[in-house]
Design a protein around this ligand. Structure first.
Ligand SMILES: Nc1ncnc2c1ncn2[C@@H]1O[C@H](COP(=O)(O)OP(=O)(O)O)[C@@H](O)[C@H]1O
Ligand SMILES: [Mg+2]
Length: 81
């Protein structure tokens, strides 16, 4: 079965700050994935990208089989629905 969440090579910069530098993660359907790290590690930035609230500078993110960047509206609907 396809991963419920799958991200590869996520990069996000805020000015001179590189918040994400090639992050990859995957979660199988029906499982729980914990995202742990110190303040400023980029956890919220990664979640905001997966939630379609932020666009990555590079990389891919799929949620429920939909592209969280190119198909943000449908991915957002699948997440909440
Ligand atoms: N909107 C923003 N503008 C500028 N810098 C940001 C913004 N959001 C996050 N950052 C920076 O990106 C880095 C990662 O932040 P964040 O994703 O909030 O980390 P975490 O949730 O793991 O504490 C930090 O250096 C933070 O200051
Ligand atoms: Mg946070």
């Amino acid at each position: 079965m396809e991963d419920a969440i799958r991200a590869e090579g996520l990069v996000k910069r805020f000015g001179k700050t590189t918040a994400l530098d090639g992050v990859a993660l995957a979660a199988r359907p029906g499982t729980v994935l914990a995202l742990l790290g110190p303040n400023g590690a980029g956890k919220t930035t990664a979640i905001r990208i997966l939630a379609t609230l932020l666009r990555p500078d590079a990389g891919t993110a799929r949620v429920c089989g939909l592209d969280a960047v190119r198909d943000a509206a449908r991915a957002s609907a699948a997440r909440s629905g």
